[in-house]
Design a protein around this ligand. Structure first.
Ligand code: ADP
Ligand code: ZN
Length: 621
């Protein structure tokens, strides 16, 4: 029986009371109302969009027990810890728990003590399924929420066979509503979810995929270590993830960063389970700041204060990029996502995929889209949301390399392109980018001289350009389809049909634009995004650090990750407002009733201890 419609006022009161939030994020109200009204629904919001709250808050409005299906045990535990810390009665049941813990939860269920129960899909499908399904049948299930619902689809990037069994749940509970949640936006995955789960007349809500707090940059790969260090120097002491394409690169990069003095751990599928878990936990409980990882690291990373994500190599699709980069800034505060890419990355992907017999048309197309993004000259936010079918309304996002003026477009792209294409043609389309670059720069290397290429008319045609700059143009021409790179051991540049046409006629360049990195003015740090400047506005940095230390102490005592105690957003707000009374504390973002009671005294003590001793408040850097 559908519950009576709760007004958004009562939902808002719940947000305020348990979570300390004073407003809905986009689509949260609609999504929560669907749950309260018992109408099947599908909610698509980007990572960090606030999907979890959309089933957690209604679970407190509706009678009975909300059943939450969640794919990862680690994720489940964090969510339950966070709920309990906020005073929401919740529990989980999974195979990692000891028998007595499970028995305690079973008793709690029989007594109707919980509002939410988290379980993994294999509980429903696999071993012990019979017993579990009996247990569920004794519970007053109010609704079923399926988190990471794209795992049900072959078309998703994270298919899990256990999810396919969830259709049977529907048969077991024909009268309760089902609600699916995902961050994967493609239409195909969406349809698949609706079909596989048997959602009926579902309300589909698709949010904006823009993440305004993320600052996107793309760097053509040059000296990668220097590039990584430069990004990291903007985030000292902050949490970050560095994605590398292979395990070996993960190992090398993490060893090197450790030597450089960073607290860093590797993560990839080649490590033992034990080591992988230890490293992930170290990251979650802040005993390490940085994880260097392959794509194996991701789901279940709920740490919300990740301030930077570096891709040392391009991923194989924009979906992957969006997922991985999206792990930054889940708390809504500014974070930086840097993609360091070169055309070699794409060659390598084609090789890997074709070896595995997976280089289908679809995969090729996904790769090409990624390649174009890396070489594009324009607003990154606009590009990314455009890829997911959304129109970006703003002209200047204020948070990407293009809009911040870090890219310099070339005045006569067709002319420049033709110079490069003609060098490729002059060497008979039998040489790679490095060789062609040397010729254009007029660098008479041994290789160049021995082949007499220093006498070509194109020799020295781009005398003033740097190695990296020419490399960047070549990559852009490849991405735009004027050049092609092929060859097993040694990739050789060819003209494509379009490239040959452009060599004959400059008009064939169409709307081509080419860009290079603008040289930074000496001694000047790159501009910060507007969001970053704003969110540090008025924050007492010294107090912020003291509160961070307090958070870490409490988290260690309780054996939970620090973000379960408070998010950075809350710490900044505290260090800005500096509340001195319990009442004032209650109005700080992210402080609900339970947390105010539980942690208020400790927080107020830290704030009181230093008033007057700290340096004047200001926007630090
Ligand atoms: P998702 O599951 O979509 O990736 P989460 O549910 O983990 O996102 O939410 C991301 C962060 O935003 C969490 O820290 C959450 O507490 C916070 N959040 C969610 N809804 C709100 C809100 N209405 N106001 C403020 N913060 C919110
Ligand atoms: Zn922009």
């Amino acid at each position: 029986m559908p519950a009576p419609a709760a007004s958004s006022d009562s939902l808002l009161a719940i947000l305020e009371r348990y979570w300390g939030y004073s407003s809905f994020r986009p689509l949260q109200r609609e999504a929560m109302e669907a749950v309260v009204q018992g109408r099947d629904s599908l909610l698509v919001l980007p990572t960090g969009g606030g999907k979890s709250l959309c089933f957690q808050a209604p679970a407190l409005v509706r009678d009975g027990l909300a059943l939450v299906i969640s794919p990862l045990i680690s994720l489940m535990k964090d969510q339950v810890d966070t709920l309990v810390a906020n005073g929401v009665p919740a529990a989980c049941l999974n195979s990692a728990m000891a028998a007595d813990e499970r028995a305690a939860v079973t008793v709690g269920l029989r007594e109707g003590r919980y509002r939410l129960l988290y379980v993994a899909p294999e509980r429903i499908a696999g071993e012990g399924g019979g017993w579990f399904s009996w247990l569920l049948s004794t519970c007053p299930i109010s609704f079923v929420a399926i988190d990471e619902a794209h795992c049900i689809s072959h078309w998703g990037h994270d298919f899990r066979p256990e999810y396919r069994q969830l259709g049977t749940l529907r048969a077991q509970f024909p009268q309760v509503s089902f609600h699916a949640y995902t961050a994967t936006a493609t239409a195909r995955v969406r349809q698949d979810i609706v079909q596989q789960l048997g959602l009926k007349d579902a309300i589909t809500l698709v949010g904006s995929f823009d993440r305004p707090n993320l600052l996107y940059r793309v760097l053509p790969r040059a000296t990668i270590k220097a590039q990584i260090l430069q990004v990291m120097s903007r985030h000292l002491g902050e949490a970050g993830i560095i994605y590398c394409p292979t395990r070996r690169e993960v190992d090398d990069t993490s060893a090197w960063l450790r030597e450089e003095g960073f607290r860093v751990r590797p993560y990839h599928a080649g490590l033992s389970d034990e080591e992988r878990h230890a490293n992930q936990d170290a990251f979650l409980n802040e005993s390490t700041d940085i994880v260097v990882a392959t794509v194996a690291f991701g789901m279940g990373i709920d740490r919300s204060d990740v301030r930077f994500v570096i891709h040392a190599g391009a991923p194989q699709s924009l979906e992957h990029y969006q997922q991985e980069a999206g792990r930054a800034g889940r708390d809504g505060l500014e974070a930086e996502c840097v993609l360091i890419a070169s055309s070699a990355d794409f060659l390598r992907w084609r090789e890997i995929l074709s070896k595995g017999g997976e280089l289908t048309e679809a995969r090729q197309a996904l790769l090409r889209d990624m390649e174009r993004y890396a070489a594009s000259v324009g607003c990154r936010h606009k590009r990314l949301v455009g890829y997911f079918g959304e129109v970006y309304a703003k002209d200047d996002c204020g948070a990407c390399d293009y809009c911040l003026g870090e890219l310099e477009t070339v005045a006569h792209p067709a002319t420049l392109a033709r110079k490069i294409l003609s060098a490729v043609a002059r060497v008979g389309q039998r040489f790679g980018a490095a060789h062609v670059g040397s010729i254009l720069r007029g660098h008479a290397s041994e290789q160049v001289r021995s082949r007499g290429h220093d006498t070509l008319s194109v020799f020295g045609l781009l005398k003033d350009a740097s190695v990296d700059e020419i490399r960047g143009y070549i990559d852009q021409l490849i991405a735009h389809g004027f050049l092609q790179q092929a060859g097993d051991q040694y990739p050789v540049l060819h003209l494509t049909t379009e490239g040959a046409a452009l060599l004959r006629d400059p008009a064939a360049a169409g709307t081509l634009s080419l860009a290079r990195q603008r040289k930074p003015e000496k001694g000047r740090a790159p501009r910060r995004s507007k969001a970053e400047a704003e969110s540090w506005e008025g924050v007492d940095r010294a107090l912020f650090e003291e509160l961070r230390a307090l958070r870490l102490r409490i988290a260690r005592q309780r054996g939970v990750p620090p973000y379960v105690i408070f998010h950075d957003t809350t710490l900044r707000e505290l260090a800005r407002i500096k509340p001195t009374t319990a009442e004032a504390l209650r109005h700080v973002y992210g402080v609900g009733t339970r947390k105010a009671e539980d942690l208020g005294a400790a927080v107020l003590a830290v704030i009181a201890s230093g008033v007057g001793d700290r340096p004047a408040t200001g926007v630090g850097s």
